[in-house]
Design a protein around this ligand. Structure first.
Ligand code: ATP
Length: 243
């Protein structure tokens, strides 16, 4: 059987009407590793995460978590199985306070208690992200972009996930904030052995913390290798990675 926390995507294809967004994609993401999924706008990255988490229906192929087949399961079943999706654009509930947003993650964490995944408490998330503790009673809409990103990641961690799907966490953040956020993600993976699938257009930053990477173009995997090899491949960088 696959080790707990291994996410295996096999032959995944997804369509929107006549548009093929994913075409027979094979990707494996392992515990304790950051796996980057790179590619230009429209390459299929967001569709990949939305298909894994059960938001895009009717895909072909399979999604397995630790050998458990989650293909076609509901978004709720997939979340309960331990896959936490942090969507593009940071789905904070702006009318709630920082702490109320975090409590929502805690609800799912309670439902998952004892089912694997590193369990977190509010205070450990505040230790990880001190800026959130300082602002715990403020409405989430008062947060900066970087703080919102920390809030949604903190909320996801409170659900005790085995796998964290991160969709463009760097979007709209200043380079210095991106560097801080990515260092936090790397540290989290190293300390907790969680599985991270990191979707990014910012390939340079993503590869700087990733172990392995997959490059998507028009829904297909056009390159798969360890992060250093991808970053060192000038042709690939120019053709697909934009740096
Ligand atoms: P982005 O960084 O812009 O999110 P992406 O790599 O995540 O890009 P997707 O958003 O997954 O790419 O889009 C893949 C393809 O599917 C594109 O051709 C896009 O136009 C198309 N597409 C995405 N969502 C829909 C939708 N809801 N209906 C129709 N076509 C869609």
């Amino acid at each position: 059987a696959e080790p707990r926390g291994t996410l295996d995507i096999r032959g995944l294809s997804a369509r929107y009407g006549p548009v093929t967004a994913l075409d027979a994609v094979d990707i494996t993401a392992s515990p304790g590793r950051v796996t980057a999924v790179l590619g230009a706008n429209g390459a299929g990255k967001t569709t990949l995460l939305r298909t894994i988490s059960g938001l895009v229906k009717g895909a072909d192929g399979s999604v397995l978590l630790g050998g458990r087949d989650l293909t076609g399961a509901s978004a709720e079943t997939i979340a309960r199985a331990g896959i936490a999706h942090v969507p593009e654009g940071r789905g904070v509930i702006t009318e709630l306070t920082v702490e109320e947003n975090l409590r929502l993650g805690e609800l799912l964490g309670t439902a998952r208690r004892g089912k694997g995944g590193r369990e977190h408490r509010l205070d450990t998330v505040y230790e990880m992200f001190p800026a959130l503790e300082q602002r715990r009673r403020r409405e989430a809409n008062s947060l900066s972009g970087g703080e919102r990103q920390m809030l949604v990641i903190g909320r996801a961690l409170l659900s005790a996930p085995e796998v964290l799907l991160l969709d463009e966490p760097s979007l709209g953040l200043a380079p210095r904030i991106v560097a801080q956020l990515f260092a936090l993600i790397r540290d989290l993976v190293d300390r907790e052995g969680i599985t991270v699938l990191l979707v990014e257009q910012n390939a340079r930053s993503a590869l700087s913390i990733a172990d392995t990477g997959f490059v998507l173009n028009l829904g297909r995997v056009v390159a798969a290798a360890d992060a250093a090899s991808l970053a060192g491949d000038a042709d690939l960088r120019h053709a697909y990675l934009g740096f």
